[in-house]
Design a protein around this ligand. Structure first.
Ligand code: PAF
Length: 284
């Protein structure tokens, strides 16, 4: 596995792979790997001849007062995990080699970025879209892999790729969970023992919603009330950021549940802000 730190070096290597007729899959990450990242790498490995992983804690997607400085990092362990999963190139740039001091170009999908996480993180998806588009350009990737836990992120990136005719295939992998249902996240590290014991109830609440829909519930408002009542009982330490039913592709907020309905949430538990989602239709 090669480790490179500058965009130029990565582009030169990826160009040489393309010149040899080899395809490239990219897994963009912010590091501190867990089984969810490993799944993205394994999926990427099957899609192309060469597998590139980027590890970059992107400052432009963190707002003031968020956890940029304390975001968990362990580059040595991460590099070892990449080796074990057959990564050909690990790209670990410094912030100054990704963003010039006078960086001035931003990519936005404003309608889709103003709902769900965008309500409390207004510039987050602008930072995500911009860095991901840069990573696509740097790595010349044919495929890129993202996780379903960040549903809004992958939906916005798909729209960006479609709208800007970017020649890349995006793939989304199912959320990897602990045995008690908690979605894996690097930020789970922030949970105290007591918070950790309540955290799986987030997904239990979403599953309850899905059962209600399967028994005929069509009203997003009633569904929300039931889940909030369950969480009030089961997650006394939790503070709701949002719980919203949206169309899973356009992210338009829905009043009535249909086959495309997705229930997405963010719940704060102590220092951690945990996100999760579930598709509400019976087939998914
Ligand atoms: O999902 C993440 O880890 C980040 O948002 C991403 C896609 C690597 C962009 O910084």
């Amino acid at each position: 596995m090669q480790i490179l730190n500058t965009p130029h070096e990565v582009t030169e290597l990826c160009k040489s792979w393309h010149a040899q007729g080899q395809s490239i899959a990219l897994v963009p990450t912010m590091g501190y790997y867990h089984a969810g990242h490993e799944d993205l790498m394994d999926a990427g490995r099957t899609m192309a001849d060469k597998l590139v992983v980027s590890l970059f804690v992107n400052p432009t997607q963190f707002g003031p007062g968020e956890d940029l400085a304390s975001y968990p990092r362990d580059e040595e362990r991460d590099a070892e995990i990449c080796r074990q999963h057959g990564v050909d190139l690990l790209f670990m740039p410094k912030p100054e080699s990704m963003f010039f001091a006078d960086h001035a170009t931003w990519v936005e999908v404003p309608e889709m970025a103003k709902v769900l996480c965008g309500q409390s993180r207004p510039l987050h998806f602008r930072g995500v879209c911009t860095v991901v588009l840069k990573l696509f350009a740097i790595s010349l990737a044919d495929h890129a892999v993202f996780g379903q836990k960040d549903w809004q992120q992958q939906a916005i990136l798909k729209r960006m790729v479609r709208d800007l005719n970017i020649p890349i295939h995006l793939h989304t992998r199912p959320t990897v969970r602990e045995s008690d249902g908690l979605a894996l996240s690097s930020r789970n590290l922030y949970l105290t023992k007591e918070e950790r014991s309540q955290a799986p109830k987030i997904y239990e609440g979403l599953q309850l919603a899905r059962k209600l829909v399967q028994s005929g519930e069509k009203s997003a408002a009633r569904l929300r009330d039931q889940v909030l009542a369950f969480w009030a009982r089961e997650i006394p330490l939790g503070r709701l950021d949002y719980l919203t039913v949206v169309d899973k592709e356009s992210l338009t907020v829905l009043e009535t549940i249909d086959d495309n309905a997705l229930l997405a949430c963010a719940v704060r538990l102590g220092r951690a802000r945990l996100i999760d989602n579930i598709q509400l239709s019976a087939e998914s």
